[in-house]
Design a protein around this ligand. Structure first.
Ligand code: HEM
Length: 405
C-alpha cells in the first residue's frame, strides 16, 4: 500500500521558536495544508476548525489522549504498572462504546444544570477562603494559591471528602498527571502509587455512602451500584478520572485567562465595568488559550480525514489551539475580544466525548473571576515575563503567576 505520508507536508512542532509561540506556524500550516505530518510524533496534524469538528464527531477515531505516556513503555514496565493500567482501562472513553455510553448516562445524573447551580455558592465560598489566606500579603502566586487549589477543592466537595483531606487530593492529582509524561517510568510508578492510594480511600467513602447516603457524587454512584448499573472498581477508577480531567484543565483556564486579561488591559477594564460580559469573557479565554491544546485520536479503521484516505492505526493530533483561531470561523482570530458572540470554539471537545464537566468548569471560572475582580480592585501583574511551561506538542501551562493587589 502506498504511504499517504509521502504526499503530505511535514512540520516541526518541536522547533524552539514554535514551542515558544506556536501560532505563527499553525496559521501557516492551516492556510497551506489541511493535513500535515509531525515526524517527531509519527502522526498527522489537523489545524482547520471544520476538519477538527468532523474528526471530533467521528466514532471511528479512537481516543488516545494518554497514548504518549503509556504506549511507549517496554513489556517489563507495563507488567509493573499493570494495576494502574487496569484502572485506566475502566476510565470512560477508554472502554468500548457501550460502556462509555452507560457511564455518560450515569454521570449525567450528577452533572445537571441544577447540581452545577447548587454548587455555585460553595464555589464562591471556596474562592473567598483562598483569597482570605493571602489577603494580608498584598500579593500571591495565582497558580499555587488559587488556580490549582480551587478546582481540587471543588472536586473534593463533589466527592464529599472532608476538608482535612484536601491536601492529599491535590498531591494525588499532581502525581496522577504523570500519565501524560512521555515514558517517564519513575513518575508513572509514583502515579500508580497515588492512584491506588486514592482508590483505597474512595472505597472507604463509598462504603460510608452505601450506609448513609448524602447529596454527593459518591452517593449517586452508590445508588447506581444498587441498581446494578456500575461496580465498585468502575466507580473508584472514574472518580480518579474526574480528578484528572477536571483539575489541571480548570486551573489552566483560570491562570491562562488572567494572563489574557493582563495582556489586554482594555478588555480587563471593560470586564470590570460590565460584569454581565463574564460568560462571553470566559468563552473567549477558552478559545484563545484553551487548556486542551491538542486532542489525540487513532484511526480505528481506514478513514477519510481532511480529504485523504488514511489507513487504520494512524495517530491524529487535533490542534485545538489552531482550530480555535481559524479565520474561516473567527473574525480577527488573534484578537482577545470578551464580547465575541457567537464563539464556536471546541475547547471542551465535541460529539461523543464532549466534556461532561463543561458547565462546571464554566461556572468555576465565572465565579473565580467575579470574586477576584470584586475583592481586588487593584489586581495587577507582578511578573516580568510569563512563566510558562510548554510540553510539545502544543501543551502550555503556567508554572507561576505572581500578582499584587
Ligand atoms: C476548563 C476546563 C476543562 C476543559 C478545557 C476540558 C476539556 C475537555 C475535553 C477537550 C474533553 C474531550 C476529550 C476528547 O475528545 O478526547 C473533555 C472530556 C471530559 N471532561 Fe473535561 N475539561 C474541563 C473540565 C472538566 C471538569 C471540571 C470535569 C469534571 C469534574 C471534566 C470531566 C470530563 C470528562 C469525564 C470527560 C470525558 C467525557 C467522555 O469521554 O464522554 N472536565 N474535557
Amino acid at each position: 500500500m502506498s504511504d499517504p505520508a509521502l504526499a503530505v507536508p511535514s512540520h516541526d512542532l518541536f522547533a524552539p521558536d514554535v514551542v515558544a509561540d506556536p501560532h505563527p506556524l499553525l496559521h501557516r500550516i492551516r492556510a497551506e495544508s489541511p493535513l500535515s505530518r509531525v515526524p517527531a510524533l509519527n502522526g498527522y496534524l489537523l489545524t482547520r476548525h471544520a476538519d477538527i469538528v468532523t474528526a471530533l464527531k467521528d466514532r471511528r477515531l479512537i481516543t488516545a489522549n494518554l497514548g504518549q505516556g503509556l504506549d511507549r513503555l517496554s513489556q517489563a514496565e507495563r507488567d509493573e504498572l499493570a494495576p494502574v493500567l487496569r484502572s485506566v482501562a475502566l476510565w470512560m472513553g477508554h472502554t468500548d462504546e457501550a460502556d462509555h455510553v452507560r457511564f455518560q448516562q450515569l454521570l449525567k445524573r450528577y452533572f445537571t444544570p441544577a447540581t452545577v447551580n447548587a454548587l455555585r455558592p460553595r464555589v464562591e465560598h471556596l474562592t473567598g477562603e483562598l483569597l482570605d489566606a493571602v489577603a494580608a500579603d498584598g500579593r500571591m502566586d495565582v497558580v499555587k494559591d488559587l488556580a490549582y487549589p480551587l478546582p481540587a477543592n471543588v472536586i473534593a466537595e463533589m466527592l464529599g471528602m472532608p476538608t482535612s483531606e484536601r491536601e492529599r487530593l491535590q498531591a494525588w492529582s499532581r502525581d496522577i498527571l504523570a500519565v501524560f509524561a512521555p515514558a517517564d517510568f519513575e513518575r508513572l510508578k509514583q502515579c500508580q502509587r497515588s492512584v491506588l492510594e486514592m482508590q483505597d480511600y474512595l472505597r472507604g467513602l463509598v462504603a460510608q455512602r452505601r450506609a448513609d447516603p448524602r447529596e454527593d457524587l459518591l452517593s449517586m454512584f452508590a445508588a447506581a451500584e444498587r441498581e446494578g448499573l456500575v461496580n465498585e472498581d468502575e466507580i473508584v477508577a472514574n472518580c480518579v478520572l474526574l480528578l484528572f480531567a477536571g483539575h489541571e484543565t480548570t486551573a489552566n483556564l483560570i491562570a491562562n485567562g488572567l494572563v489574557l486579561l493582563f495582556e489586554n488591559p482594555d478588555q480587563l477594564a471593560l470586564l470590570r465595568s460590565r460584569r454581565e460580559l463574564m460568560p462571553t469573557a470566559v468563552e473567549e479565554m477558552l478559545r484563545c488559550d484553551g487548556p486542551a491544546g491538542v486532542i489525540v485520536r487513532v484511526t480505528g479503521e481506514p478513514v477519510e480525514v481532511a480529504g485523504r484516505e488514511l489507513p487504520a492505526g494512524q495517530v491524529l493530533y487535533l490542534a485545538m489551539l489552531a482550530g480555535n483561531r481559524d479565520p474561516e470561523v473567527f473574525a480577527d482570530p488573534d484578537t482577545f475580544d470578551i464580547t465575541r458572540k457567537p464563539n464556536r470554539h471546541t475547547a471542551f471537545g465535541l460529539g461523543p466525548f464532549y466534556c461532561l464537566g463543561a458547565a462546571l468548569a464554566r461556572m468555576e471560572a465565572d465565579v473565580c473571576f467575579t470574586v477576584l475582580l470584586d475583592r481586588l480592585p487593584d489586581l495587577r501583574p507582578a511578573y516580568d515575563v510569563v512563566d510558562r511551561v510548554v510540553t510539545p506538542p502544543l501543551g502550555r501551562r503556567l508554572a507561576t503567576l505572581e500578582v499584587a493587589f
